[in-house]
Unconditional design. Sequence first.
Length: 226
Amino acid sequence: MSLDPREMADDYVLGLMEPLEAAGFEARMEREPALARAVAQARDRLLPLDLSAPVAALPPGFAERVRAAIAAEPPAPAATNLPGPPARRWAPALAACAGLLAGLVLGWQRPEPEPLVIAVLLDDQGVPQAMVEDYGDDTAQVRFLADVAVPPDRTMQVWTLPSAEMGPVSLGILTEAAATRLEGPPLPRPAGRQLYEITLEPLGGSPTGRPTGPILGKGLAALQDG
């Protein structure tokens, strides 16, 4: 298994890990917010593929046929040995492949704003449910790490506790368990070990401006480098 966090996250989301590897990876996610963030980003990135692909079992012997086809593929001749016409025939294909590869690389390396803190929210069994990334500019991002069922007469609400004096402050409500950008009120710069949580509230949010419903997940923020 690759040691690159992004590749590990892809393997986990795609279900390519062995059960013991997956269990160990989930334990690491609880300790390493950056790893949990990579998993959330992988879920978001791969979701369109997951939704567009019909569920179908591979035909018997499919993997063996693919391996045999790869093994039988003759190696490409060296560029210096290609005569003129074949080289010209290869050029458009090579250009297309290069363009596709460049697009993929740019997509992977597109810079994103970095959060100041990340909090992984766990349920009462210690299972990661969601992750909150707080950017310190009145905006935050919530991503879900597990399937969360919300009754039709309830809504989810995200909270943080900037200080005991301020008390819990709502960052926004969620109508579904999907990655969501939140725009909350002006707050002090988020700090390490600041509490974040998600609760189930009546439709439209808490009627009191404070958490009233059961807690779906909660966690303490970890400061990010830079």
